[in-house]
Design a protein around this ligand. Structure first.
Ligand code: ZN
Length: 416
C-alpha cells in the first residue's frame, strides 16, 4: 500500500491550476496545505521544476525561451505537527520516481521521459556557460531504471533518482538575512550576465492560494529557490536516493516542508544548470522530529544527511583531473576553477569519439559521474577530479595504443 498522498498533481495542468496549488518562492507566510504527524508516512506528487515548459521534441527553442521566473514549482508547504524552531526534522526518502500510472505517459517531463538542458548564457547560464553560451537539450527515455537518449546515442545508464530540492520555510528574520546578503553580492556587479544572484522577483510568483496584499508581500520579499541555504533548498545532491535520511533545521512552527525538482539522474555538480534528467513524479517520505536538535548537534546553518544506500553500481571509472589554472592565469586554491578544468578535460576526451561538446556536456551533467575535491592544501593549486563510469558506453572509451574510435554520434537538440 502506498502511503497517503498529501499533495497531488494533475500533470496535464499547470501548478497554478491544481485544486491545491504549490508555490515557487521561500516565504514564511505561504500557508501550509497539508499536515502530517511525526511517524506518519506520506506521498507528495511533483511537477517538473519549470512547470513543464519543456517538451519531448528535437528543438531547444523551449530551453532558450523558458520563463525561469516561475521556477522552481514546489509542492507544499506541509506542516509537521509539533515541529518548532530549533528542532531537526528528519525526513526519510522511502521511495520516489517518475509519474506513476495512470499519469505515466504524456507531455509533461516525468511521464515516461525527461530532459537535460544547457541553458543559454542570457537565460540561466550554467557551470561552463562561457564555453557553451547557447541553448541545447537532450531528451531521455526511461525503461525501468535505465535512461537512453536519441540525442546522445551509444550511452545507457541506470538513473540515480533523487529530489533536487526540498526544505523548510525560513523565518522572517532568516529571510531578511538572505535578502540582505544576496543583494550585497548583486551590488558588486548588478549588470553581470548571468547574474551573481537573483533578488526577489514579483513576475511569475505563486504562493498557493494567496492573493492581494498577502501575495504582494511574498512577491516583494520571497526568496528565489535557486540556491541552497540554511533551510535546505536546492542542494542537487544526487545521493538523496531511496533510503536517504536528511535532517533539516526547522525555522518556523510546523516546519512548513516543501519541495520538488525531481531528477531521474544527475552527475555530481549538475553542471549544465539543469544538468540532471528533469522530471515530475512522486516521492514518499517518513518524518520524525529531534526536539532542539539544532542545538544538540551544533547544526545551526545546514541539514545533515545519510546518503541513500541504493544507487547504480559501476565498477570502472575513467577519471579526469583539473587544477586551478585557467587561460594561463594562476588562481589560488580555487576548487570551482579546478572542477571546471576537470569537466572540460572530460569533454575534450569524449569529442575524440565523435560527440559534440554539447552532447558531452549534457552527458556529464546527467550520468552518475562522481565529482571530488581531491587536494585542497597544495598551494597554489586546488585539485578536483571527475570520475566517468566507462560501463555506460556501448563502445570502449578506455585509452589504448590504437587511439579513440571516431563515429557519427548524432547531435543534441538545438535552437532554430
Ligand atoms: Zn532540477
Amino acid at each position: 500500500m502506498p502511503p497517503t498522498t498529501v499533495f497531488s498533481v494533475d500533470q496535464s495542468k499547470s501548478m497554478r491550476d491544481q485544486a491545491v496549488p504549490g508555490h515557487n518562492r521561500w516565504h514564511p507566510d505561504i500557508p501550509a496545505v497539508a499536515s502530517v504527524k511525526p511517524g506518519q508516512d506520506f506521498r507528495v506528487e511533483c511537477r517538473e521544476w519549470t512547470d513543464a515548459q519543456l517538451k519531448n521534441s528535437d528543438s531547444a527553442n523551449d530551453v532558450r525561451d523558458a520563463d525561469l521566473t516561475v521556477a522552481h514549482m514546489l509542492s507544499g508547504p506541509i506542516e509537521v505537527e509539533g515541529a518548532e524552531p530549533g528542532d531537526l526534522l528528519m525526513v526519510e526518502i522511502l521511495d520516489l520516481g517518475p509519474c506513476l500510472p495512470p499519469q505515466d505517459k504524456g507531455d509533461a517531463p516525468g511521464q515516461g521521459w525527461g530532459y537535460t538542458g544547457i541553458f543559454a548564457k542570457v537565460n540561466g547560464g550554467g557551470f561552463l556557460t562561457d564555453y557553451f553560451p547557447d541553448a541545447y537539450k537532450a531528451i531521455w527515455d526511461f525503461h525501468g531504471i535505465d535512461a537512453t537518449s536519441r540525442h546522445i546515442p551509444g550511452v545507457r545508464y541506470a538513473g540515480i533518482t533523487h529530489p533536487g530540492l526540498f526544505g523548510t520555510a525560513p523565518s522572517a528574520e532568516l529571510l531578511a538575512k538572505w535578502n540582505k546578503r544576496e543583494q550585497e553580492l548583486i551590488n558588486q556587479n548588478p549588470n553581470r550576465v548571468p547574474p551573481l544572484a537573483l533578488p526577489p522577483e514579483p513576475r511569475g510568483v505563486l504562493a498557493g492560494k494567496l492573493t492581494g496584499a498577502a501575495l504582494e508581500k511574498v512577491a516583494r520579499e520571497g526568496a528565489r529557490t535557486v540556491p541552497c541555504r540554511e533551510n535546505g533548498g536546492n542542494h542537487d545532491i544526487k545521493n538523496f536516493t531511496r533510503g536517504a535520511k536528511v535532517y533539516y533545521p526547522v525555522w518556523v512552527p510546523g516546519a512548513k516542508f516543501s519541495g520538488g525538482d525531481l531528477h531521474f539522474s544527475q552527475g555530481d555538480g549538475e553542471i549544465t544548470f539543469c544538468g540532471a534528467i528533469e522530471i515530475g513524479g512522486y516521492i514518499d517520505f517518513g518524518v520524525e522530529l529531534i526536539k532542539d536538535g539544532m542545538n544538540k548537534y551544533g547544526q545551526m546553518s545546514n541539514p545533515i544527511f545519510f546518503p541513500g544506500p541504493v544507487e547504480p553500481k559501476y565498477s570502472t571509472y575513467l577519471s579526469f583531473i583539473g587544477f586551478s589554472v585557467e587561460d594561463d592565469r594562476q588562481y589560488y586554491m580555487d576548487a570551482t576553477v579546478a572542477y571546471r578544468r576537470a569537466c572540460l578535460n572530460a569533454i575534450e576526451y569524449l569529442k575524440k569519439f565523435g560527440y559534440s561538446g554539447e552532447q558531452a556536456y549534457l552527458l556529464l551533467g546527467s550520468a552518475p559521474v562522481e565529482g571530488r575535491i581531491s587536494g585542497i592544501v597544495d598551494i597554489p593549486n586546488a585539485c578536483c577530479t571527475l570520475y566517468l563510469p566507462t560501463e555506460i558506453f556501448d563502445f570502449d572509451i578506455r585509452p589504448n595504443a590504437q587511439g579513440p574510435t571516431m563515429a557519427n554520434r548524432g547531435s543534441a537538440a538545438k535552437t532554430s
